[in-house]
Ligand binder design. Structure first.
Ligand code: COA
Length: 438
């Protein structure tokens, strides 16, 4: 049967598609911008037909209705990253989180550690050869399509077509549901004086010809703004957002010095505004690859002068980095933080650097400020990046190099970049903790 007939045969309504889901199934979605909301909404509308369906994904930008307490008999969240949409279900006890390095998710799926009965994905309409493009999220999507018992696809004609490891033949998908909706857009972050200062310190660690990994939000965007006078930068990053487009268009990012994938920005997913979705559409300068390639420390290590920039919740005196929990509250996930920190450490040119950049203080719920540099990690918090892996910590007050430093020197370097209002208190804690003069 040719692919056009197959497509026609498998085309159905969202309501019909979600009838494939059975009680007790393990269902996963493509994540972030690629969440197939038409299918997810239909699944939630059909909730009464299911009991104990497990729902998994990385970042969720959707409504997360399946995680609400009224559906707890129908759906059970088992998230691989915790976003606001599902955070409540974990705190309330009926949802859960599985810690996992992002680069390992495809292998967990392949080995059946993450068993998928149903995978739901957003794709572009098929091209003349019968291939759909998975667009903005390659990461674990390609392996999930390969391994899931049943694949349901929302075919959205507004999904950009990207190049790389991002095409799936119609024959691999069991049900198609057509839609036409703009991709979700993120609002641009507010960049204040603190972020700009952090950006300038990070820029001091970035040489011409460096390859960058950046996360999302105000700090990565402020770093990008501080790089306007650099030359020949490259991108090998779990994700990119709008800020990268400015530097690419200004010729600062040209990927010309990269150790691998020279001439290309290599990315596994992206989130931003329509500007970046238009930028990547049919753009040979961007190569989307699966996360077990992009984030694999051994691949990361092959980049030239790699600099990874990520953020955290808090850092203790020894350099233990807490990035995904606030006390016992599971706030986000490890994502690709450790993948890149380890890749930078393994750099084959010996020039990799891993930065954790954060404001020196955070505002608690009651409005009081607390230092993000602390003598000890909070009770119940998880260490995301260990003291053995940590490299540089940057705040708006400077750079603390931690690699090769003794416990006391780590603490001294960190206290020197803490907020001045907390420094004296931290010095007293230092003297108690180490039984030594600051
Ligand atoms: N104690 C208590 N609360 C704290 C805190 C601390 N030490 N530090 C931050 N917070 C609170 C903030 O007040 C804020 O609360 P709000 O949501 O009620 O406003 C919240 O935590 C988020 O802080 P913010 O500084 O706005 O976070 P961010 O958007 O810059 O994200 C991380 C920071 C650490 C959560 C995020 O970078 C992350 O999840 N990292 C791990 C994954 C990763 O690095 N992936 C790789 C790159 S994609």
């Amino acid at each position: 049967m040719n692919w056009k007939q197959l497509y026609k045969e498998r085309l159905c309504t969202a309501e019909e598609a979600v009838n494939c889901i059975k009680s007790g199934d393990k269902v996963a979605f493509a994540h972030a911008i690629a969440e197939p909301t038409v299918l997810v909404d239909a699944m939630v509308a059909n909730a009464k037909a299911y009991k104990n369906v497990e729902i998994s994904h990385m970042v969720s930008l959707g409504k997360g209705e399946y995680s609400k307490p009224e559906y707890k008999e129908n759906f059970r969240v088992n998230s691989w990253f915790v976003s606001p949409a599902v955070r409540g279900s974990i705190a309330e006890g009926h949802g859960d989180y599985t810690p996992v390095f992002f680069y390992e998710i495809p292998s967990y799926i392949r080995k059946g550690i993450f068993k998928l009965n149903v995978f739901m994905v957003t794709v572009s309409p098929p091209d003349e050869h019968g291939y759909c493009c998975v667009g903005v999220s390659c990461d674990y999507t390609m392996q999930a399509i390969e391994s899931a018992d049943i694949v349901l696809a929302e075919v959205n004609d507004q999904v950009p077509v990207v190049y790389g490891d991002a095409f799936v033949h119609v024959s691999k998908i069991d049900r198609f549901v057509e839609s036409s909706r703009p991709l979700p857009e993120l609002s641009l972050p507010h960049i204040g004086e603190t972020e700009l200062a952090i950006g300038r310190y990070c820029a001091e660690l970035i040489e011409d010809g460096a390859t960058l990994q950046l996360g999302i939000g105000a700090i990565p965007d402020a770093v990008l703004q501080a790089l306007k006078d650099k030359k020949d930068l490259g991108i090998h990053s779990e994700m990119i957002s709008d800020g990268v487009v400015d530097l690419y268009e200004a010729g600062v990012i040209n990927n010309s010095q990269k150790g691998i994938n020279k001439g290309k920005m290599v990315v596994t997913f992206l989130m931003g505004t329509k500007r970046i979705y238009d930028f990547i559409d049919h753009n040979p300068a961007v190569e989307m690859r699966t996360v077990d390639y992009v984030n694999h420390p051994v691949i990361v290590a092959q980049n030239t002068k790699l600099v990874s920039i990520n953020s955290c919740i808090s850092v203790d005196f020894m350099g233990q980095v807490v990035s995904d929990s606030i006390g016992i509250t599971q706030f986000s996930g490890v994502g690709g933080q450790v993948d890149f920190i380890r890749g930078a450490a393994m750099s084959i040119d010996g020039k990799g650097k891993a930065i954790i950049a954060m404001p020196s203080v955070a505002k608690k719920k009651d409005g009081t400020l607390i230092s993000k540099i602390t003598p000890y990690i909070d009770k119940g918090a998880a260490v995301t990046t260990s003291r053995n892996d940590v490299d540089y910590i940057v705040t708006e007050y400077g750079i603390a190099p931690l690699k090769g430093q003794t416990l006391k020197n780590r603490a001294r370097n960190l206290i020197n970049i803490s907020h001045p209002d907390f420094r004296e208190e931290l010095k007293i804690e230092f003297e108690k903790r180490f039984n030594a003069k600051f």
